[in-house]
Write a protein that binds this ligand. Structure first.
Ligand code: ADP
Ligand code: MG
Length: 285
């Protein structure tokens, strides 16, 4: 089962042990995320759109939660509020005990499009965040130290050979791995992902799901992952939080009773089916 993972990412982690610092140096400190009575309303030309209202959810440090619901039910908006890109109209987001007031490096975000800078190589894309942090006085590492860190992370995501490639020279899956590397190099404690694999073909998507699970095991981040794909939510998450209704709200949160590590072929088919039925019955009632 593990062989399947390794096959998919031939270079992943190959030189990691040698490059690693002290044990655990890879890992940011996963943070608890608390959404408290969270409400967001858009106002435009006298019209009010309630994106979602009164959302309460606590995500444990290191937990993987999928946010599932039909399009238009406020999932992306909720993620942007957690990222600090939008202010809530009521309620609050508390990450590691601190109320979110804006974007910060403790919360990384990944979108459906990898959003790499087309004029930078994969390596320079990965180094963009740390260099920006350094220019703000928030990272004191030398070029050599930052470079070594970027190379280690590129190795982890299986892109060592493509470090010097530009985004247009990378496949869709590679672009996502580069975007992932760029997001984790600043050691966020929370990763927010908005339908990140939605535009990929089915096979690449399966590979990226396995990649993400392997990375989550390695970095032990807290992940809030938006999807409208029930199978994806079941494969990935510890719990599925479902949004529905008018105005949209968080209606149900269900546990996914599957052991880890999860590889597509090894999951308990009966448990998957039961969970899928449960989710479908909730979504269609
Ligand atoms: P989802 O990601 O679940 O598809 P969104 O969060 O994108 O849903 O949108 C939720 C609702 O909020 C939709 O009705 C959408 O039209 C509205 N909305 C999203 N962003 C804005 C905005 N910037 N201004 C006004 N309305 C918005
Ligand atoms: Mg969306």
């Amino acid at each position: 089962m593990r062989a399947e993972l390794v096959d998919t990412f031939p270079a992943a982690g190959a030189h990691r042990a040698a490059a690693a610092g002290p044990p655990g140096a890879d890992r940011g400190t996963a943070a608890e995320v608390r959404l408290q009575s969270l409400t967001k309303v858009f106002r435009r030309g006298g019209r009010r759109t309630v994106a979602f209202s009164d959302v309460d959810l606590t995500i444990a440090a290191g937990e993987f939660v999928c946010l599932l619901g039909p399009s238009g039910c406020g999932k992306s908006t909720l993620l942007r509020v957690v990222a600090g890109m939008l202010r809530p109209d009521a309620g609050s987001v508390v990450v590691a005990g601190r109320t979110v007031t804006g974007p910060a490096a403790d919360r990384g975000m990944l979108f459906q499009r990898p959003m790499l800078f087309p004029w930078l190589t994969a390596r320079d894309n990965v180094l963009f965040g740390p260099r920006a942090q350094r220019s703000r006085g928030l990272d004191e590492r030398s070029d050599a130290e930052m470079g070594a860190d970027a190379d280690a992370i590129l190795d982890t995501v299986g892109l060592t050979e493509f470090a010097g490639a530009y985004p247009h020279e990378l496949s869709g899956g590679m672009q996502h791995r580069a975007a992932f590397a760029r997001a984790v190099i600043t050691r966020p404690s929370v990763l927010l992902m908005d339908e990140p694999f939605g535009a990929l073909d089915a096979i690449t998507r399966l590979r990226m799901q396995q990649f993400l699970l392997a990375m989550w095991e390695k970095y032990r981040l807290t992940i809030l992952f938006v999807t409208h794909d029930i199978d994806e939510a079941i494969l990935l998450s510890d719990r599925v939080a479902m949004m529905a209704g008018k105005p949209p709200a968080l209606t149900h949160v269900i546990d996914v009773p599957l052991a880890r590590p999860r590889v597509a072929d090894s999951v308990d088919a009966a448990a998957v089916l039961a969970t899928k039925r449960h989710i479908r019955s909730v979504l269609t009632h």
